[in-house]
Design a protein around this ligand. Structure first.
Ligand code: ATP
Ligand code: MG
Length: 362
């Protein structure tokens, strides 16, 4: 860690509640920078990109967007999505453009059950459950290969093709990342999830790479599941899970399931990492822009604050990250709960409670 460094952060609040929750994450980072003994310093530049920008400029971000972002130490991202802009336009025009442009090939999504938050699971001690999804974030089902109207046949007869891309290198790097991550956790276990009985090329390659890499980690326990069975297993035996690695689409679906089981999409954090650190990594809550609750001041900021914690960790401030996570737990345990997790605490009050908990340890 370079204590003298001022970290340059690019902030992309985006649309809807993205704008609201990003502010709360910044409040937490501000607090850390003022109180942490480890000299966490940062400066921010804001980028107004998103769907409203698209409606005005016809682009989700400026043409030289990646060029302008590439020298930042990290990107902190809200959410994109807006009524009237098709989801695939907003997603590909900004979020996926950044993930793929900066080869952020590992998407880390912790599933953490919080004390005081009513879980959807009927499980004896949900508070202790936590696992982490490692999502392949550069290829797979989101490779963008395919097209519309292949046969030129008219309306009602159209044929669209959507191909998945699995490269041996792409599979290997993310699977290896999952094994390395497992070694840092209390229980050393990696679960691989595919649908390789039905997807017989790419996902069989994935399985083969998983088997090969696992031989290099004899200290790490492994298992392999099909995604349909794993969806049921998330509900039935969540205590079996530690590090779960899966392709782009499958891990995306499982992460919404995981966060919903834990209580709400609003509490799920994520990091899009370039583990090789050639480019900035991007930190964002898992939820979208939630237009139904935007502007009401009731969005849950925990996912965004947890994402800021992942950013602290990647910037070299593991202790601070840990304290933020603990303060989130302290705040929910004390009964501060936003509407989505069964309370009536506002967005700002939720952050206030987290800062109050942080103030106790600093
Ligand atoms: P987008 O098109 O941007 O994905 P969406 O309508 O799919 O937006 P999401 O943000 O994905 O909305 O979330 C689905 C629902 O979950 C929302 O409509 C909202 O009610 C709820 N939700 C999501 N995030 C939060 C949050 N942080 N706090 C409270 N509720 C949330
Ligand atoms: Mg959504």
């Amino acid at each position: 860690m370079d204590n003298q460094k001022t970290h340059q952060l690019a902030i992309i609040p985006g649309d809807g509640i993205g704008k609201e929750v990003v502010q709360e994450g910044i409040r937490v980072l501000d607090f850390i920078s003022k109180h942490s003994p480890n000299n966490f310093n940062f400066e921010t530049d804001y980028f107004p990109w998103g769907c409203e920008y698209y409606l005005e400029h016809g682009r989700m971000m400026d043409e030289d967007g990646l060029e302008r972002l590439k020298n930042y130490d990290a990107i902190y991202f809200g959410a994109v999505g807006f009524p009237g802009v098709p989801d695939h336009v907003s997603l590909w025009g900004l979020r996926i453009a950044i993930c793929q442009g900066f080869d952020q090939w590992a998407n880390i999504r912790p599933v953490e059950f919080l004390p005081g938050v009513p879980s959807k699971l009927n499980h004896p001690d949900t508070d202790t459950l936590n696992w982490v999804l490692v999502r392949e974030n550069s290829e797979g089902e989101y490779s963008g290969i395919g097209g519309r109207n292949f046969t030129g046949r008219g309306p009602g007869k159209e044929v669209a093709v959507q191909s998945s891309l699995f490269t041996e290198e792409g599979c290997e790097r993310v699977i290896r990342y999952a094994f390395d991550l497992a070694r840092t956790r209390k229980r050393k276990k990696v679960t691989s999830v595919t649908k390789s009985n039905a997807q017989q090329y790419g996902m069989v390659l994935w399985d083969e790479v998983f088997a090969r890499v696992s031989k290099e980690y004899p200290d790490v326990e492994t298992d392999q599941w099909l995604v349909d069975a794993m969806a049921a297993n998330f509900v039935l035996h969540p205590e079996d899970l530690e590090v779960v690695v899966a392709s782009n689409l499958l891990a995306d679906i499982l992460s919404d399931l995981g966060s919903a089981l834990a209580g709400s999409l609003g509490i799920a954090a994520s990091a899009n990492l370039d583990p090789e650190r050639r480019y900035p990594s991007m930190f964002e809550s898992v939820h979208g822009s939630a237009p139904d609750i935007a502007g009401k001041g009731i969005a849950n900021p925990i996912g965004a604050i947890g994402s800021a914690s992942l950013m602290l960790e990647q910037l070299g401030y593991a202790e601070e990250a840990q304290l933020v996570n603990q303060s989130i737990r302290d705040a929910t345990a004390a009964g501060y709960l936003t509407a989505d997790i069964g309370g009536n605490t506002s967005t700002k009050e939720m952050t206030d409670a987290i800062l109050e908990a942080l103030a106790k340890v600093y």
